[in-house]
Design a protein around this ligand. Structure first.
Ligand SMILES: [Zn+2]
Length: 406
């Protein structure tokens, strides 16, 4: 089944890096979740993802399929032209950007609008982190946090949480007194009087050691920024419950990082089954909860949750485009074993460079078409049903769940 003509909505991706930030990284760094130079320099080139990417980018840029040739072609084009080429080839109608990733190094979300319609995802841990240094009491913090997200800024169509990276997905209601206590401890550790106003140095976490600064990169900040971070479980759980209340009030979705990511993540805590407490909470029954990255390798677990909870949806990004072709086919098949197709939404989790928007869109359509072809062969679906499902996964479901009217 050929799906190139269906304009897609990419429901979870990230802003591109500024040209100088792109130039400071090896090309291969965009093709791995690893940060270790040994992996980037010596092992990424041996992944199926990278080998396939080089050939596809060479085809797109009309050059030889060698890294040096591709880099030269990209440099000749410059970032704006390269982005135009990649976005046009990707046939995207809209992208939803989480701009909390490497905030000091990325281009603003508005910059991307010259190529495609853009909506924003608001990363709640960042909102909180930036506030802590600016407030004097827990009450003020709570009020300001609420004011930042209720109502959300007009361009925001969903919230995003990286709780999986910080304290895990087993999020539960917390006693207010305890949250206040933890907040006060954090304020004491940071030293209220001398807090810098520069928001690159904001919060100091109180978990394990009193001061835990970030040494590895993660879904939030650059290794170079050395930003201390919010990593207290009761405070994060409290903020997520607050956000879910606002999401329920405004009927907007929340995306959770689930499954694999960079090594800052304890993968054991990123299993979506940990979300049971939230999923069972009647107050949030109408809040669409989007499990990102197919929860890989907990993909069947995600499919199960989407099959029994009306408000659970699954995003395909990161698994697409970074697995092998067989791997991408397998995860889509595994999801469709049980999950209603009305719950699956295309995304790429593209970040850093425009190439990944194109590669995700290309392979996402290819593997989705192949899995649907197999479903027709198996008589699970008619051709017409399969065609309708392709449109639903590539755009219809996201359009409906986020109320995009694209
Ligand atoms: Zn992401």
């Amino acid at each position: 089944m050929e799906l190139w003509d269906i304009p897609a909505i990419d429901q979870h991706a990230h802003n591109l890096l500024k040209p100088e930030a792109i130039a400071s990284r090896p090309y291969a760094a965009a093709f791995t979740e690893a940060h270790h130079p040994d992996i980037i320099d010596n092992h990424v080139c041996h992944t199926l993802f990278y080998r396939r990417s080089l050939r596809d980018m060479a085809d797109l840029l009309k050059c030889k399929p060698q890294e040096s040739e591709i880099i030269a072609s990209r440099n000749n084009l410059g970032l704006e032209e390269l982005t135009k080429v990649c976005f046009n080839a990707a046939n995207l109608d809209a992208i939803l950007l989480d701009d909390g990733f490497l905030p000091q190094e990325i281009l603003p979300w508005q910059w991307h609008q010259q190529f495609v319609s853009v909506r924003r995802l608001l990363r709640i841990e960042d909102v909180a982190q930036n506030l802590i240094s600016q407030v004097n009491s827990f009450e003020e913090f709570r009020e300001r946090f609420r004011a930042e997200i209720d109502p959300p800024p007009p361009e925001v169509v969903g919230f995003k949480s990286i709780a999986a990276y910080r304290t895990g997905l087993e999020i539960k209601p917390v006693e207010l007194a305890m949250v206040k206590d933890k907040f006060n401890q954090i304020k004491q550790t940071t030293g209220e009087q001398d807090l810098p106003t520069d928001n690159t140095i904001t919060v100091i976490a109180t978990q394990g050691s009193n001061l835990k600064s970030l040494e590895t990169g993660n879904e939030c900040v650059s290794p170079r920024e050395q930003v201390p971070r919010l990593s207290d479980k009761s405070l994060i759980d409290f903020l997520i419950i607050q956000t879910l209340e606002v999401a329920a009030k405004h009927k907007i979705p929340i995306q959770f990082h689930t499954g694999f990511g960079d090594p800052d993540l304890d993968l054991r805590q990123a299993n979506p089954l940990h979300l049971r407490f939230l999923l069972e909470d009647n107050r949030f029954r109408d809040v669409p909860i989007v499990l990102l990255h197919t929860s890989y390798p907990y993909t069947r677990e995600a499919g199960y949750l989407a099959s029994v909870y009306p408000n659970v949806y699954i995003g395909l990004g990161l698994a697409i485009p970074s697995l092998s072709m067989a791997g991408m086919r397998n995860i889509i098949s595994q999801l469709m074993e049980l999950a209603p197709v009305s719950k699956l939404m295309y995304s790429s989790d593209a970040h850093l460079i425009p190439d990944l928007y194109y590669l995700g869109a290309k392979w996402g359509r290819k593997v989705l078409g192949e899995v649907l072809d197999d479903a027709v062969k198996d008589a699970d679906l008619t051709v017409k049903e399969a065609e309708e499902m392709a449109v639903a996964v590539l755009r219809g479901n996201s359009d409906r769940v986020y109320g995009l009217n694209v």
